[in-house]
Design a protein around this ligand. Sequence first.
Ligand code: GTP
Ligand code: K
Ligand code: MG
Length: 431
Amino acid sequence: MDTIYALASARGKAGVAVVRISGPLAFWAVHNLTGDVPAPRRTALRVLRDVAGEVLDEALVICFKKGASFTGEESAELQLHGSIAIVNAVLRTLSEMEGLRIAEAGEFTRRALENERLDLAQVEGLADLIEAETEAQRRQALKVFSGVLGDKVERWREALVRAAALIEATIDFADEEVPLDVSPEVLELIGTVMLDLESEARGATMAERIRDGFEVAIVGPPNAGKSTLLNALAGRDAAITSEVAGTTRDVIEVRMELGGLPVTLLDTAGLRETEDAVEAIGIERARERAKYADLRVILLADKDAAPEIEPEEGDLLVLSKDDDGSARGKWLSVSGKTGQGIDVMVAQISATLTERASSASSAIRERHRVAIRDALLSLESARNEVLLGADRTELAAEELRTAIHALNCLVGRVDVENILGEIFSSFCIGK
Ligand SMILES: Nc1nc2c(ncn2[C@@H]2O[C@H](COP(=O)(O)OP(=O)(O)OP(=O)(O)O)[C@@H](O)[C@H]2O)c(=O)[nH]1
Ligand SMILES: [K+]
Ligand SMILES: [Mg+2]
């Protein structure tokens, strides 16, 4: 096993730069640099020198013993003064040591996975944590990183292994006519896990929204002021506005943070009957995107105008062009021109989305959703086989094994090389 090293903090000038070393020669490398190996997990101030004895920097050095580090290997962290020249000199000195090489992207985390310091879901949580842009994303990634999903999977697995063992016991004793009927306990075990998995599957969609963003569509008749409102929310002229009805044709997307949640805001073509072929395509797109959006802001300049779209639960009906707030009251009213009412509307959108996000599960990726769905399908079949009677026990046991396999994939207990490549591609060097 090579000993690897890399700059773990961002490149460039900074207060402190952190260089990580991991592998069997980590302490040896520290000794080469400092003439000493400080006590593990203690910060020690040391002078670092190159092979010729030239001083490179004075740094804080922390050593971690094998089995008690992020990677699980013997490792060390050097906290250097954050100058590009110092970092380069230290990295060069490390590169000149026999048996050391620069780490590949994500290699420290890969070793942590290989040494079972993290499970696969935690690695994904870590990748998301690094990518997190909003508060909700940070909290969710941290939840996954802490191993919540892995703990749940372990519980489900134990229950299913017990169910399979009960069934297999009856197969072994089939000839001896064991009178014991295990099916009530087996059905109970399967049923409990299925309930958990179903709730996890429901929360998974919300978790994906927190990760990838909610879609909020602004819809309504032409000239309602949709594009003006989008621009006000975005703080820039993302969409063309004009007094001509039918100005917006394409769906315009702006990513932003609303109340701590990642949101993609959509501006859409004004909805009406039209002879104009191009406008008609725009309206078709508007309806399509609005249908799949998580929330619709239905904007009307006139309280009595037809909204041209069927509102759903959670959708906001908003009166536009209320520049001075005089129409405020029963209706939510805003002005994209003066900004009147926008804070109240944003608070309402964020409250609705936050409410939905609170049901998010720790299964946050498409891969998790698929594994949970597969496990559920197998458990459904297993339950049916058990209900069909004693001569179907081998089939029931097989279905249980398939379900356990799907759950194992979730936390990476089985061959996951192909998934790994995809996950680690998002990591930077030094992680
Ligand atoms: N006074 C006032 N005028 C507004 C407000 N919002 C929009 N307008 C005006 O209303 C007209 C239409 O605005 P747009 O933002 O283009 O309306 P739209 O709903 O995007 O229109 P389409 O894209 O054609 O469907 C423009 O002349 C805007 O200046 C507002 O809050 N107050
Ligand atoms: K317009
Ligand atoms: Mg528009």
